[in-house]
Design a binder for this molecule. Structure first.
Ligand code: FES
Length: 396
């Protein structure tokens, strides 16, 4: 079915060119139709074409020439719905409807992503809050928009684009200029067949949906400009605040005289009202009174020289390896031990790890005394407590 004369039986010798309609190759004479192209064509399929004639060719003619050069035979080409008919208009509206709904869903996704209340709140089993619907709604809107764009494209292709069956004989070698021109014309005709130029309703709705969908890629950037993603992020903050007392689990505050040298007290933020496990879970802190000789050789981290009060230091109880509670304190050696994987931290070197898998010091809580002589925090930990995570240093 190709445009070339091919023997039915490939084992038969080629037919006589004179009887088969072939002509010998032309020598190059400046004609834009190259020798390479001519050799692939029957002379009666591609007559001599001058420069003038080539430039004056219509798009359809160029497409025909290009098809012949490429050895393409268009077997059939037809529209499923009659162009300009009511059925075609209806199909066009359905496609545009899909794209428009997709655009609306993308807009809904952006609004939900930025403004929907997503933070976890305490609930009883079986209870739901708005935050429970945050992720499902994001999935529904983004997935729905993708689905609708896909459905629109399928409907467009099925109902509005011409259905064409073509056969092409493959060839080797570089493409001459005429082939490039013809290919461009073919592509142009393809775009016109799709109807993107004249179907303004579809074009606008697709551009709306596609453009808005592109915005999804910018969501993390735009969302970050509208709302600081680090603000109030539980990973970066604990419940400690400026001048908050250090209290035992029963709520009693601590004075320096309450602790003997070498003693350790587990303390929590003295929050007004009730303390719930969620608010203090990551705030558990070890208040340690070093022996005087340990305090004398204490080495503070740069920038944290004023975090301790005399021989008293306060470190996070959350291990910097994988987050176990570090609660074993060897007062004679000044070592804090984590029972999970045996990491050890040196209290005289600002809780620097000296053994085991932990690689970061325990977070240090800056302390001082208030007017009544009780320990208070100067402010929250300066770094995220517990195990490392990829952007933990970017705390605002
Ligand atoms: S969690 Fe502490 S050493 Fe692994």
């Amino acid at each position: 079915m190709s445009g070339f004369n091919q023997p039915d039986n490939p084992t038969e010798p080629p037919a006589d060119p004179a009887t088969a309609g072939h002509q010998p190759s032309h020598a190059s004479n400046g004609d834009p139709v190259s020798d390479v192209a001519r050799e692939r064509l029957d002379a009666d399929q591609l007559p001599e074409i001058s420069d003038e004639r080539l430039q004056a060719m219509s798009q359809d003619e160029l497409v025909d020439v290009g098809s012949k050069i490429d050895g393409v035979e268009v077997v059939s080409r037809e529209y499923r719905l009659k162009p300009g008919s009511r059925a075609e208009k209806g199909a066009e509206r359905r496609v545009a409807m899909c794209f428009s709904l997709a655009a609306l869903l993308v807009l809904a996704f952006l609004v939900l992503y930025i403004w929907f209340p997503w933070k976890f709140t305490d609930t009883k089993p079986g209870e739901f809050t708005l935050a429970s619907f945050y992720t499902p709604l994001l999935g529904f809107t983004l997935g729905g928009s993708l689905l609708l764009i896909g459905a629109g494209l399928v409907l467009w292709s099925r109902d509005l684009m011409p259905h064409e069956v073509s056969i092409q004989a493959r060839h080797e070698g570089a493409s001459p200029e005429i082939e490039r021109l013809a290919t461009a014309a073919t592509l142009q005709q393809g775009v016109e067949s799709i109807g993107i130029g004249r179907r303004t309703m579809i074009r606008r709705s697709l551009m709306g949906a596609g453009g808005l969908f592109g915005l999804v890629l910018l969501v993390p950037v735009i969302g970050g400009m509208i709302k600081n993603p680090y603000k109030d992020n539980a990973l970066y903050y604990t419940a400690w605040r400026k001048n908050m007392r250090l209290v035992r689990l029963n709520g009693t505050p601590i004075r320096p005289s309450d602790m003997e040298p070498g003693a350790l007290e587990t303390v929590f933020p003295g929050i007004e009202g009730s303390m719930t496990p969620n608010t203090i879970a990551d705030s558990a802190t070890m208040l340690i009174r070093m022996h005087q000789d340990q305090a004398d050789k204490f080495q503070a981290r740069p920038g944290q020289e004023d975090y301790r009060w005399n021989e008293y230091v306060a470190y996070s109880k959350i291990c910097s390896h994988l987050g176990c509670p570090v609660s074993l304190y060897e007062q004679q050696t000044g070592r804090i031990l984590c029972p999970c994987h045996q990491s050890q931290f040196d209290v005289t070197r600002d809780a620097k790890p000296i053994f085991g898998p932990a690689t970061r010091s325990l977070a240090s809580l800056p302390i001082k005394l208030d007017a009544d002589g009780y320990f208070v925090a100067r402010h929250d930990y300066r770094e995220a407590v517990g195990p490392a995570f990829w952007d933990r240093e970017r705390r605002p």
